[in-house]
Write a protein that binds this ligand. Structure first.
Ligand SMILES: Cc1cc2nc3c(=O)[nH]c(=O)nc-3n(C[C@H](O)[C@H](O)[C@H](O)COP(=O)(O)OP(=O)(O)OC[C@H]3O[C@@H](n4cnc5c(N)ncnc54)[C@H](O)[C@@H]3O)c2cc1C
Length: 583
């Protein structure tokens, strides 16, 4: 028997940020049985590899075994070569217990109160700042700041870097912004205005990563007899009977296994959740018909409303003595939040992260990056299966900058960040300034490994001693654009933006909450899929809009609140569901 006492009440599919929260919270009631199925490997406090445990995320980011290898996405909305198909590039999504929280950048912020009020205005009844704040507090253990806005004893530690550890490049940038009159924001998670601030991170008291797997699925939680965690097993598709979801078919070494449950909660993340629904027959009828999936229920919104933060970088060659050489510490220490002032856009809609180093290797240590993103973005894209087969990854099309407000703000934002990077006040800490391209080659070199360590060590020595030739080497081997040429030519700048635009792994919104009479809404405000008994969503797919935040903390909050909503419901299991044991 999988879970002592019989059929699981809840089958949670996907053990990422949200799945771990739901598994831990729901099994606080001893009479609720939960089976959590995660496609990736197990992860515990003891077993996590050094690259994941580290307080510096730059190696975990690129370790292939923790990701859905081969997932591709189209980022920009405009072809970079006229009349040619828009190119796709790699897009990382976690495949490990803990999900994104086990490999992500560990930036831990909440977004603005207006983000959550907007969710309610868009039909997610009951989701607003006042109702979400208790869950932001519940999830966290803020190690630096106390008061009404902060939690002191939640599972997830929130910490901020000590300014004494800032390298010359970061200190110089911060001081230059302050000299320009930019205010200091003392608490990124409590003061919502524009300004320069220390980042908030999910780094623990022991200077280690705090993933959902470690913070929520503690040894004590995993000993609960009413919780079973199965890792290394992928759910192929949902099972249904006359439109009611009755469980899921799970891939196994001896063929698929069918597991019945009173309710199935899908937490596969904003890319894989809509794909799982679609290949199970829940999605836009035309897409399902085209891909050979029998339509169980035509739900137009499944896979639509894909949102991200459009992003790009401007990098600098940092002069020796001003670099971030402590590889145990996080490479992002300061954020700069600003308002575009574009009509119709809210305040603090823009964001610039100051990356003290751009990768774990020696060349990464030489390069600082100003990473600009639109924190309140409007462009939307979609996720669509290309085949009914469970092992085929979906088509992901972000269509970033398709909304004119995003394109205009990216143009203006690029100019603002360029003025930061080129400010003469920084001449002593940095040399060359160049627009970044986050290409597949950059990704490849960023994979941890001895060969990459060796070749970047050699190239780093060359760059340090190249003198006047360094600019040419950077253009030849790192990024081919000249920043002054782009600033002088609007058409060239637009072409660069469409080519260089990427996301920041903040995908959300593909099964969004909303009213039952809203054709774009997929679920009610408690995550239950409209018109599909037995099926609920519990992850970042639910968000009606992407908040002005890195999305991990908002996902923790969302899952905490969904868990509470579930616990407040009655528990009457339909009779007659059978389960098979898993080999
Ligand atoms: C590289 C990267 C960097 C990021 N950096 C930051 C950051 O610094 N700060 C921040 O706030 N956010 C960051 N994020 C985003 C953040 O981690 C996500 O918003 C968050 O993890 C979303 O949680 P989720 O539960 O919706 O999905 P996920 O955490 O992605 O979890 C989904 C889980 O479902 C599993 N799964 C998928 N399909 C199946 C299936 N068919 N069967 C079984 N299991 C399945 C996956 O293996 C995965 O474990 C980053 C994300 C990435 C990928």
């Amino acid at each position: 028997m999988l879970v002592q006492g019989g059929l699981p009440d809840y089958l949670i599919v996907g053990g990422g940020t949200s799945g771990c929260v739901l598994a831990a919270r729901l099994t606080e009631s001893p009479d609720v049985r939960v089976l959590l199925v995660e496609a990736g490997p197990d992860l515990t406090e003891e077993s996590q590899p050094a690259d994941i445990r580290s307080g510096n995320p730059s190696r975990a980011f690129f370790t292939r075994e923790f990701f859905f290898d081969g997932l591709m996405a189209r980022f920009g909305a405009v072809p970079t070569v006229p009349d040619a198909p828009r190119p796709a590039a790699k897009y990382e999504q976690a495949r490990v217990l803990g999900g994104g929280s086990a490999i992500n950048g560990m930036l831990g912020n909440r977004g603005a109160p207006a983000d959550y009020d907007e969710w309610e205005a868009l039909g997610a009844e009951g989701w607003n700042w006042a109702s979400t704040l208790p869950y932001f507090r519940k999830l966290e253990r803020d190690l630096d700041v106390s008061g009404d806005l902060h939690g002191a004893d939640g599972p997830v530690p929130i910490s901020r870097p000590d300014p004494a550890t800032f390298c010359g490049f970061v200190r110089g940038t911060r001081d230059m912004l302050l000299a320009r009159g930019v205010p200091t924001v003392e608490d990124q998670n409590g003061d919502w205005g524009d300004g320069v601030m220390r980042v908030t991170t999910t780094i623990s008291e022991r200077a280690e990563r705090a993933s959902a797997a470690v913070c929520y699925l503690t040894p004590e939680v995993r000993r609960r007899p009413n919780l079973v965690v199965v890792t290394g097993r992928s759910v192929n598709r949902l099972m249904q009977d006359a439109g009611t979801v009755t469980g899921a078919e799970i891939a196994g070494p001896d063929g698929p296994v069918r597991i019945a449950a009173r309710e199935t909660i899908v937490c596969c993340g904003a890319i894989n959740t809509p794909a799982l629904l679609q290949r199970s027959g829940f999605g836009p009828a035309d897409l399902l018909t085209r891909t050979g999936v029998p339509v169980v229920r035509d739900i137009a919104g499944v896979g639509q409303n894909l949102q991200e933060h459009p992003a790009l970088g401007i990098s600098c060659f940092i002069r020796p003595g001003n670099r971030h050489s402590d590889s145990r510490r996080h490479h992002t220490q300061v954020h700069y939040r600003f308002s575009s002032g574009l009509e119709g856009c809210p305040e603090t809609d823009m964001h610039m992260a100051v990356l003290a180093r751009s990768a774990w290797h020696d060349v990464g240590e030489q390069l600082g990056t100003y990473y600009l993103w639109i924190n309140k973005s409007y462009s939307t894209g979609h996720v669509a299966i290309a085949s009914p087969e469970a092992d085929k990854l979906p088509d992901v099309d972000f269509r970033l900058l398709s909304d004119q407000r995003d394109l205009q703000r990216m143009r203006d934002g690029f100019r603002r960040v360029a003025s930061v990077a080129l400010d003469p006040a920084l001449d002593a800490v940095r040399a060359e300034v160049f627009p970044t391209i986050f290409s597949d080659r950059v990704r490849q070199v960023s994979r941890p490994g001895q060969w990459n360590a060796f070749q970047t060590a050699v190239f780093a020595r060359v760059l340090d001693f190249a003198g006047f030739a360094r600019g040419a080497l950077i253009r030849r081997f790192i990024a081919p654009y000249d920043i002054r040429e782009l600033l002088a030519d609007d058409a060239a700048l637009d072409a660069y933006l469409h080519k260089a635009i990427v996301g920041v792994w903040h995908c959300v919104g593909t099964c969004r909450m909303g009213r039952a009479d809203d054709p774009a809404a997929v679920t009610a405000s408690d995550g239950r899929v409209h018109g599909v008994p037995g099926l609920r969503i519990g992850d970042a797919s639910l968000m009606p809009t992407v908040p002005c935040a890195n999305t991990n903390i908002p996902t923790f909050m969302l899952a905490e609140r969904i868990a509470d909503l579930i616990r407040s419901e009655s528990r009457a299991a339909p009779a007659g569901l059978q389960q098979e044991t898993m080999p």
